[in-house]
Design a binder for this molecule. Structure first.
Ligand code: SF4
Length: 467
């Protein structure tokens, strides 16, 4: 009898992608076949996001789309997991009879029971506590040369606009030995780039009473892993970004000179309403310190526009901050009223129209800054991680340099030099290249030499759809 097949959809952030990869590993380990197409699958699993309005809509649409395969395809069972279920479990059960099982964001380890139809329809644990480790089966969904490693789950911070602590539970860090073993295993499988993720990366280790560890020391420990080229840090919290961490990033050659630190806003009154625990001066000082301590660092940040109480003057202050700080990468989100958060109870609502106008204005400003910075790169030599043939042209490859994170930043379009002396690079190769052109967020470059050939060990890439 042929194996039952299971198809996975993974929505939301890289932390949710890691959960999907763990569920893939457990499902594969239980003897199921991983389907490449939902129409052929006996079971479909949708790992949802429930963070903000748009993400919730996308999750509901995807569930309804996958449910159609129960009528037209081979699908016998539809399982919904993740943050949307954690947030609206009870309501979803009533409103979505087409779904057979619901699991929460902390029920990743219960996926096989749900796939087999052995568990109750409502399998949502109200207090998420799960945390995978290095022995947990995990099937990776990104190509061999890069991977995410979740070093902690949950968050203890009170940011007033954010529902994540209610969806993911309190901060819980993995033991440093477990993180190190996983990173060593991923590098042994061919990864040259490891992206560390958590809800709040910079509070790593504070909850580990039996370990004298923090993010700075973990980074120095992981920087010892031979074969690793770029250890990249995502989701740093401003007030928890220590001098020791900046020193580790600056001094360790295998640590990408890249910091992703959501600042959310700069106006003191808005930061107070957001309960971020610091004033604008703190962010200004930190940006200055980071640039002084880590020359050439790539700084990524995100802002929320339209938070209750944001006046025209407060928004102008944010624009001034972006103008003077010249961040390399900026994400700007419109405020999303999330019931259950403190911000949802605040006066001074900003209309959607004004929010979107502010988001466009901020991104217009940032695009000019980004374009100027891209232009300054022309003529420079950079190392590019080859991701594969370009969709733009058959004569081009696509890749990323140290200042470009996977999935969220721009690309480098790579051409081979006319001399033809160089062997065509392969996926996963690190190539020395000279920048020849630029666009708003992307670069063009000519490959000069392969500085680190790919040590492909893991070839199979599984089709987890990340919408
Ligand atoms: S640190 Fe991030 S995840 Fe935690 S509450 Fe604040 S915004 Fe949410």
């Amino acid at each position: 009898m042929s194996k039952k097949s299971v198809y996975f959809v993974s929505l939301g952030c890289p932390k949710n992608r890691v959960d999907t990869e763990v569920m893939l590993g457990l499902t594969d380990g239980a003897g199921f076949r991983i389907a490449r197409d939902p129409s052929e699958a006996n079971v479909i699993v949708v790992n949802t996001c429930g963070f903000i309005g748009e993400a919730k809509e996308e999750s509901v649409e995807t569930i309804l789309e996958m449910a159609k395969h129960k009528e037209s395809g081979n699908c016998e069972r539809l399982v919904v997991t993740g943050c949307l279920t954690q947030r609206y479990g009870g309501e979803l059960e009533k409103e979505m009879p087409e779904v057979d099982h619901f699991l929460g964001s902390g029920d990743v380890d219960k996926i096989v029971g749900a796939i087999r139809g052995e568990s109750a329809r409502d399998g949502v644990s109200m207090d998420p506590a799960y945390l995978y480790d290095d022995v947990t089966p995990r099937l990776l969904s990104l190509p061999h040369y890069t991977a995410y490693v979740k070093i902690a789950e949950g968050c203890d911070r009170p940011c007033s606009f954010c529902i994540i602590p209610k969806l993911r539970g309190g901060q819980r860090s993995r033991a440093p030995e477990s993180v190190e073993r996983e990173v060593r295993e991923l590098v042994a499988q061919g990864a040259v780039e490891i992206n560390l993720v958590a809800q709040d990366l910079t509070t790593y280790g504070e909850d580990l009473k039996d370990h004298d560890i923090d993010l700075a020391r973990l980074v120095r420990r992981l920087a010892r892993v031979d074969g690793l080229r770029w250890l990249r840090l995502h989701y740093a919290y401003p007030t928890a970004t220590s001098d020791a961490l900046l020193d580790a990033i600056a001094e360790e050659p295998r640590v990408a000179k890249y910091i992703d630190m959501p600042l959310q806003h700069i106006d003191d009154d808005i930061l107070k309403k957001m309960r971020r625990g610091h004033i604008g001066k703190t962010s200004r000082g930190l940006v200055k310190k980071i640039r002084e301590r880590i020359p050439g660092v790539t700084l990524r940040t995100t802002f929320i526009v339209g938070h209750p109480g944001e006046t025209d003057a407060a928004f102008e202050r944010l624009c001034d901050f972006v103008r003077e700080s010249e961040f390399d990468r900026v994400g700007a989100f419109t405020y999303s009223l999330e019931e259950g958060t403190h911000s949802a109870t605040l006066d001074g609502r900003v209309t959607d129209k004004v929010m979107q106008k502010r988001q466009r204005a901020l991104m217009r400003l940032q695009r000019q800054i980004s374009r100027r910075k891209m232009k300054q790169m022309v003529g420079r030599e950079i190392d590019v991680l080859v991701e594969g043939p370009s969709d733009e042209s058959e004569y081009l490859l696509e890749g990323r340099h140290e200042g470009q994170a996977p999935e969220i930043d721009g690309k480098v379009f790579l051409a081979l030099s006319d001399e033809g002396s160089m062997k065509a690079p392969r996926q996963g190769d690190l190539v020395r290249a000279r920048v020849t052109g630029f666009a708003d967020y992307d670069l063009a470059a000519t490959a000069e030499a392969i500085v680190l050939p790919s040590r492909i060990k893991r070839t199979m890439k599984l089709p987890v759809i990340a919408a």
